[in-house]
Design a protein around this ligand. Structure first.
Ligand SMILES: [Mg+2]
Length: 410
């Protein structure tokens, strides 16, 4: 029988609470968690959307992923704060390093979620429920933001449990609790069931997780292929996947993000990729390193994952070079289905830039780029990544001809 104990730690309203905590730490007198505040994109651009919202906004009906314009209609006093991935990464790391004391079998599932395999830690730290409360309270006291902790015998149940009611709560979902705690929920609440699948299931009159669990598995496989099998298993609380601890490999640098909703708009996706490139590039240059392997991985909304890496002839480390190579891979990889998370990374790191000296002119511009990049990095260090976004004139996009890129590739 399965004796595993898995914890799922999930930051409540991560982007907004981390921003709030960061502002307070920097001397702000207001806690934006109690204001009509959102984290959102650029409002002057029509596509600016709500990435996260405070509870007061939620009560006014503001929804994640709607446009800021629509949000403002519901909530005229809206305060909009820009996303800052550096801040998020900082608090995410604080939490991760705190959690490492309980086990090194931790999977950073997203920037604000970790799975812990607590199975072998029980002997050392005791009852998982007690520890879950300690984790929740410690994180709040040490870092100032709240989390939910879910406990189960596998990742699926731990994750479902952490979602039950929020914020600042501990929930369990043990096998004997599945029927009472999980089965009454709407199918849309089940891990991995997206909007369109949920609608299809409702059309089939499968509206609760209980009904899904009691549907013939083969019927579901016929209709939904492999995800049919998976959804049946999940509905029955079955999940044998391991907690995949991702110890950061010093020989590679990567950045990833789980998107606030499933993205299929290419411009929005490129924007995210750019953020990730800036983040990776900055860390690369901080170590005075160059990379010759670039790697991209995409997780679709149905949880299938694909990745690809390429080996370059030159070692690179500017944002522009990284962005260009990353897009090349991305454009080959993406099948235009909605994306849930993206990771990009570099490896095969060295401290030299082995540009071929023969192409004199190119080298000269490379030197200039390097110089420009250094200046940009130092400004970003001082004022944050958002100040220089390349967005005004889309400098990067223009220079490498973003739109043309896709067509050039086979
Ligand atoms: Mg969260």
């Amino acid at each position: 029988m399965n004796n595993r104990i898995i914890l799922h730690v999930d930051v409540n309203n991560a982007f907004l609470s981390w921003t709030a905590v960061d502002m307070l730490k920097k001397g702000s007198k207001i806690d934006i968690r109690t204001h009509y505040a959102i984290i959102g994109g650029d409002e002057t651009q029509r596509r600016g959307i709500v990435l996260a919202k405070s509870n007061p906004c939620k009560q006014k009906g503001v929804k994640t992923a709607e446009t800021i314009r629509d949000a403002r209609r519901k909530c005229p006093y809206l305060e909009v704060y820009k996303p800052n991935f550096n801040v998020y990464r900082h608090y995410s790391n604080l939490m991760y390093h705190y959690l490492l004391q309980y086990t090194d079998k931790i999977e950073r599932y997203s920037i604000d979620e970790c799975f812990l395999d607590y199975t072998n830690s029980q002997k050392l730290f005791g009852d998982p429920i007690k520890i879950a409360y300690k984790i929740k309270n410690d994180i709040y006291q040490k870092f100032g933001f709240t989390v939910n902790v879910g406990i189960g015998k596998n990742k699926l149940c731990a994750k479902m449990a952490s979602d039950f009611s929020k914020p600042n709560k501990v929930h369990t979902l043990f096998p004997e609790e599945i029927k009472t705690k999980m089965w009454p929920l709407d199918v849309s609440e089940l891990f991995m069931i997206g909007k369109s699948t949920s609608k299809k299931l409702h059309d089939l009159n499968i509206d609760t997780i209980e009904k899904l669990a009691n549907t013939d598995k083969n019927e579901l496989i016929k209709r939904f292929k492999t995800s049919g099998k998976l959804m049946w298993e999940y509905a029955n609380g079955i999940d044998n996947s391991e907690v995949e601890s991702n110890y950061s490999n010093p020989k590679s640098i990567s950045s990833s993000t789980v998107l606030p909703y499933n993205y299929s708009n290419i411009e929005e996706i490129y924007k995210v990729i750019k953020e990730l490139v800036i983040d990776t590039g900055k860390r690369l240059r901080k170590n005075n390193q160059y990379a010759s392997v670039v790697h991209v991985s995409i997780k679709y909304s149905n949880f299938t994952k694909i990745s690809k890496q390429i080996k370059l002839e030159n070692n690179i480390n500017t944002d522009e070079e990284l962005y260009k190579e990353t897009l090349k891979i991305f454009n080959k990889l993406w099948n235009e289905e909605p994306i849930r998370s993206i990771a990009i990374g570099v490896s095969s790191l060295s401290t030299t830039n082995n540009v071929q000296l023969s192409i004199f002119n190119q080298n000269k511009s490379k030197e200039n780029d390097k110089h420009l990049q250094k200046t940009i990095d130092s400004i970003r260090d001082k004022y944050g990544n958002n100040l220089i976004t390349y967005a005004n004139t889309s400098q990067i996009n223009e220079r490498i001809n973003l739109k043309g890129y896709k067509k050039d590739e086979e």
